[in-house]
Structure formats: C-alpha cells, structure tokens
Design a protein around this ligand. Structure first.
Ligand SMILES: Nc1ncnc2c1ncn2[C@@H]1O[C@H](COP(=O)(O)OP(=O)(O)OP(=O)(O)O)[C@@H](O)[C@H]1O
Ligand SMILES: [Mg+2]
Length: 349
C-alpha cells in the first residue's frame, strides 16, 4: 500500500542543515498497523509528515496505492490527501467549534451537502463513543475524548490510511489503552491501514503488527512485532524492548545451580514464542523421560494474540534420563539453554 523509497529530509535552519531522514526505504502493507519507534530527535515526526507531504521530502518517493505523492500537482495532492487521515499528539481541534462541527469540518471543505454531513457526523461520533457530546466544545472534554473527536474527524472522508503522530503521548495510561483499542477496532472493522509513530514501546506492543526502529534518521531494524520483541538485534531496539518486557531470569533463581548435582540434575532456561506455550511441555517431559521437572521461575507475556516468555526448569533423574530430557526439550522447537553449574565448569577445566 505504501512504498517509501530513498526518502531523505533535510531542514535548512539558521544554524545550518539538519538531516532528519537519511535514505529511508520501507514498505507498509494494506490492512496493517505499522509502528515506527525511535528516541527523541530520531526523525519520527518528520517521517510521518512526509507520508502525506505535510512536510516535503528533500529526496525520494512516497508511493501510496501506486501513486507517487511527490509528483502530484496541488489539486491532485489535495484529492489524494482526502484518503489519508491524520491525528496529532495535541489533537489540533478547532476550539471555537463544537464536537460535531469539528468532525463536519473536512466534509464542509469537500463540499458535501448538509444533510449528508449530519448523518455522517452522527455515525462517526457513535463509532468513537461520543454520541452524547455532539454539542460540547473541545475545552469541555477530557484529553481522551478530544482525541476521539480527532479520530472521528480524521475518518470523515473515509480514508484508507490513518497516520497517528504520537496520538497517545499526552494521555494517561488508562486513556491510552482505550484510544489504542479504538484504533485497533478501526483497523479491524473498517480495514483502514494505520501508521503510527511513538516513543513508547508499550504502544507498539499493544497494537502494532509490524514495527520499524528509527534512529538518527535511519531505520536500524524492522520486522513483525513479535519477532522484534523476542529477538531484537540492535542495542537501541534491545533497550526499547527491555522497557516493557523482562526477558531475563532474576539472578536469585540461578543460585540453584550451585546445589544441583551435574550428573543427575540440570537447570534449563526455556524461551518460547507462540503455540508451544499452550502445550504441556513440562508434563510431557516428565512422562516421556522418567525425570522430575520443577519450574523455578516463569514469565509469560503476550503481544496481542501471541504468547511468549521464559521458564527456568530444574530437571532431576538418573544421568541417562536427564540427558534424554534435554534432548526431548531441544526437539520441541524451543530455545533451550542449559545453565552450567559450578561443578560442570570444574569438570571442563
Ligand atoms: N522545521 C524544522 N527545522 C529545522 N530542524 C528541524 C525541523 N523539524 C525538525 N527538525 C530537526 O530534525 C530532527 C528530527 O526531528 P523530528 O521532530 O522529526 O524528531 P522526532 O523523532 O519526532 O522527535 P520527538 O520524539 O522529540 O518528537 C531533529 O534534529 C530536529 O531538531
Ligand atoms: Mg516528534
């Protein structure tokens, strides 16, 4: 749906040139919720504003549904932009207009007739849960409610694409959740592609199918959210991931390793993604291999519908059974790490 090719953005300011985006290439499929995360100053706002040409790219192409927006004249660009809605961190509502009139605004600009506008506005306010606030003014609403007005307004021209510029950054966590749920509903029910930028990994975790990490104007990592969370490559990505999930086993649980007999016991860290967590791995290993298995620590998390996590298991039994159990676990498509105990190390040296 969107192809970004060799996109660069350079600002000319009084202090000289600022390179905000460097040769960014990215594809965003229709129907996805695509998140772009990065630290402050990474170029996120520049990037999302280049997607609808609110900011003119210095170089490169922004192709939406086969049409390169950078080549369009003003009239054609205006038409193309109708199919791209946008919401903002500070909502950008017209303070002197009521909720209904804010939502009606883009329809008025498009020359839609009054009765049609009324019907559409009612429908949109119903969709965002604000049917009872039609005649209120923005100042009479909470932040979350104001963002709902922003969303209704962005949907007025039936866009195919919704751009969200830090849409939840000025909201409290609970309100953030409700706005993210709404965005997810809009994506599912109306099939609108959503591109969002954020500096909060929690936002990515909650609703994004795919994520790209932007740093100093370049994309340093991208992929399915579950892949990036469970197997981050770049240090910046790792830091972002660690801010919301704890993929490490607390040190105190490792202390068990000093008392396990290396011949008859093993301490094993199991990492899993997706379906394997639902399978009774532990009870199977006990049955199949004639060992005892004890879960010392477990941490399971979820990215939308996919579970992932870690377990620390102590396996005990006779030497042969323990080896068999380790093999069994390795065959289950799980990431297995046998934690060496102190005497293991001594045996090796
Ligand atoms: N209009 C402008 N003129 C000059 N420099 C700009 C302009 N807008 C942004 N920049 C610079 O471009 C770089 C990227 O800014 P941008 O706002 O895109 O980052 P960001 O990732 O959105 O940051 P934040 O998380 O703080 O919002 C920064 O160095 C910024 O100072
Ligand atoms: Mg920004």
């Amino acid at each position: 749906m969107i192809q970004i090719k060799e996109l660069s953005k350079v600002y000319n300011s009084e202090e000289g040139q600022v390179v905000a985006l460097k040769n960014v290439n990215l594809e965003i499929e229709a129907g996805q919720i695509f998140g772009i995360i990065g630290p402050s100053g990474a170029g996120k706002s520049s990037f999302i504003r280049c997607l609808n040409l609110l900011e003119e790219p210095t170089e490169g192409q922004v192709i939406v549904d086969g049409q390169d927006l950078t080549t369009l004249n003003t009239k054609k660009l205006r038409k193309a932009r109708k199919k791209i809605g946008m919401i903002f961190q500070n909502f950008n509502l017209l303070q002197s207009r009521t909720v209904a009139d804010n939502v009606a605004f883009p329809l008025e600009l498009a020359g839609v007739d009054k009765e049609q506008i009324r019907v559409k506005v009612d429908e949109l306010l119903e969709l965002v849960g604000l049917a009872d606030k039609t005649n209120n003014y923005p100042a009479q609403l909470s932040g979350g409610q104001q963002q709902r007005v922003g969303i209704a307004r962005a949907l007025a021209n039936d866009p195919k694409l919704l751009l969200c510029d830090e849409a939840t950054s000025s909201l409290d966590p609970q309100t953030t959740d409700s706005i993210l749920d709404l965005l997810k509903d809009i994506n599912h029910q109306l099939g609108i592609t959503v591109v969002l930028i954020t500096h909060e990994m929690e936002v990515i975790k909650q609703i994004c199918d795919k994520v790209a990490v932007l740093e100093k104007g370049s994309i340093i990592e991208e992929g399915e959210t579950i892949q990036v969370f469970t197997n981050p490559q770049h240090d910046t990505t790792k830091r972002f991931v660690q801010s919301v999930i704890n993929a490490d086993i607390p040190e105190e649980f490792y202390e068990r390793k000093s008392v396990i007999e290396p011949e008859t016991g093993k301490l094993i860290k199991v990492s899993f993604v997706g379906k394997s967590v639902k399978e009774p791995i532990i009870s199977n290993v006990i049955k199949e291999c004639d060992v005892d298995a004890n879960i010392l620590y477990g941490n399971i998390d979820k990215i939308q519908e996919t579970s992932f996590g870690i377990l620390l298991i102590e396996i005990t039994g006779n030497n042969f059974s323990v080896k068999q159990a380790v093999n069994y676990l390795e065959e289950q498509n799980l990431k297995i790490e046998v934690i060496r105990n102190d005497r293991d190390v001594r045996t090796v040296s």
